[in-house]
Design a binder for this molecule. Structure first.
Ligand SMILES: [Zn+2]
Length: 469
């Protein structure tokens, strides 16, 4: 009663909170409706041993949290992006990519505990009250295409945005998460170990992406790993007894054989090609280009030249031929030059070019529309900066001409996976790197994936993750 009625004392933090717009009793129903949106957008969630494993960890931590009014639920997102988040009502989400990066059960517990802390401390409830938790973009365009397969591949749904927490909330979640995981019997040293892995993965991603990074929101944007946060958290973890479960073997056993990288339902890169077995097509990835597969499109970029390739799908209700679709439909407002009818592996297609600017640089935009079937197109848009090496331009052209339907054998192709292997005497960083899937920075990827500082840390008899194609 009185002037403070809009605030409540939080049992986890002991703080007064302004959460008038979301009483604790409403968290469950708000969470349930947010969860439905998340499931529609990012589902289906993973099931089986990997999902059970995360649930077990969550259930082990639950009794050690303060709020008894919350029923926690744990989900694994089938996504390669390293991510974790929570919404009010006890919903905690961890991505497959995060599980791949973690090196022990305790590291996973550190993330689960941190996300649960955002719920106990009501950070998410505060964000909902502020009106910006999970916004689903307005563009529901699947009706345009009318084919659920193409819509899914083209991701003609919408993208999920999750607002960042404040620095103060992050520190608080770190502190509470540490308390929970330690009380649940996990070794708190895992907190710092995982933050280090996150930090190194972020730097490696940035290096591989060059300056044209176009990844969606991930754990690093919602939970920035700053040097300050690492040192603060390590300091706090040091105040706890350095004992408890690490669970390295248990973790490796669970993730052995797990898909690594894109969800195969959305297509994946293997041996330098992008395959989409569900929709039945492939195209060659230009040499040295990095691929980001988002629900709405495939983005491939090259840090050397600054070239960017976008690949997506679209429908044309009018059912026009490729050149007409390009001129009168898709790019009607662009100054197209040299529109040409071509054939790509037996499919009707059109290509054209126009001048433009990308990130302030003059570029030639090469566009290609391939008719998949009447009224359905797969499209390339390639921005090539002036003065790009002829060899790169040639490679990009090869990519568009490599677009093809998959044959029966190719439709059975499987995505890259994690393989857990035991180091033998004489194994080195180079010998492991050679066994890693194709792509740049193999040695560094191996070290980061395994939380190793240098080649000297590799020891015979120890178990390590490699990515196999
Ligand atoms: Zn956080």
């Amino acid at each position: 009663m009185g002037f403070l009625s809009a605030c409540s004392t939080n049992p986890a933090t002991g703080e007064q909170q302004f959460t008038a717009l979301m009483p604790a009793s409403q968290e469950a129903s708000v969470g349930a409706s947010e969860h439905k949106k998340i499931e529609a957008q990012l589902g289906p969630f993973m099931t089986g041993p990997v999902a059970n494993y995360v649930q077990r960890i969550g259930q082990k931590i639950t009794p050690h949290t303060e709020r008894k009014d919350v029923q926690y639920k744990f989900y694994v997102l089938d996504s390669p992006i390293v991510n974790a988040f929570a919404v009010p009502g006890g919903y905690v989400y961890i991505s497959r990519g995060l599980l791949a990066l973690a090196n022990s059960e305790a590291e996973v517990a550190s993330v689960v505990g941190h996300e649960m802390a955002h719920i106990t401390a009501r950070h998410s409830a505060e964000r909902v009250s502020q009106g910006a938790v999970v916004g689903i973009g307005a563009a529901i365009l699947s009706a345009v295409v009318g084919d659920p397969g193409v819509s899914r591949a083209a991701g003609l749904g919408s993208e999920l945005y999750i607002k960042s927490y404040s620095r103060g909330q992050e520190n608080q979640a770190d502190e509470l998460g540490l308390r929970y995981m330690s009380r649940a019997g996990y070794n708190p040293a895992a907190v710092a170990a995982f933050l280090h892995s996150l930090d190194r993965q972020t730097k490696l991603d940035a290096k591989m992406a060059g300056r044209n990074s176009s990844d969606g929101p991930n754990y690093f944007s919602t939970h920035p790993v700053t040097a300050d946060r690492v040192s603060q958290t390590s300091g706090k973890a040091g105040q706890y007894p350095q004992q408890g479960i690490t669970g390295k073997e248990a973790h490796l056993k669970i993730i052995d054989g797990m898909i690594y990288g894109d969800n195969p339902k959305e297509g994946f890169v293997k041996n330098g090609w992008f395959y989409h077995p569900d929709l039945g097509f492939k195209f060659k990835v230009p040499t040295g280009f990095r691929v980001t597969n988002t629900p709405s499109r495939v983005v491939s970029s090259d840090s050397r030249s600054g070239s960017i390739l976008l690949f997506d799908a679209a429908g044309d209700k009018a059912g026009r031929d490729p050149a007409t679709y390009m001129i009168k439909g898709w790019l009607a407002d662009k100054p197209l030059k040299n529109v040409e009818n071509i054939t790509i592996n037996g499919m009707r297609a059109a290509t054209a070019a126009y001048g433009g600017k990308v990130q302030g640089r003059n570029v030639t935009i090469r566009v290609v529309a391939v008719e998949w079937k009447k009224g359905q197109f797969f499209r390339f848009q390639i921005a090539i900066p002036t003065n790009t090496l002829a060899s790169i331009v040639e490679d990009l052209k090869k990519t568009t001409y490599s677009f093809a339907r998959l044959n029966a054998a190719e439709k059975k192709i499987t995505p890259p996976r994690i393989d857990v292997v035991t180091a033998r005497a004489g194994d080195t960083l180079q010998s492991f790197a050679r066994r890693m899937a194709a792509g740049p920075y193999r040695e560094e990827r191996f070290l980061v994936l395994n939380g190793l500082r240098s080649a000297a840390d590799i020891k015979a008899g120890q178990r390590y993750k490699i990515i196999v194609e």
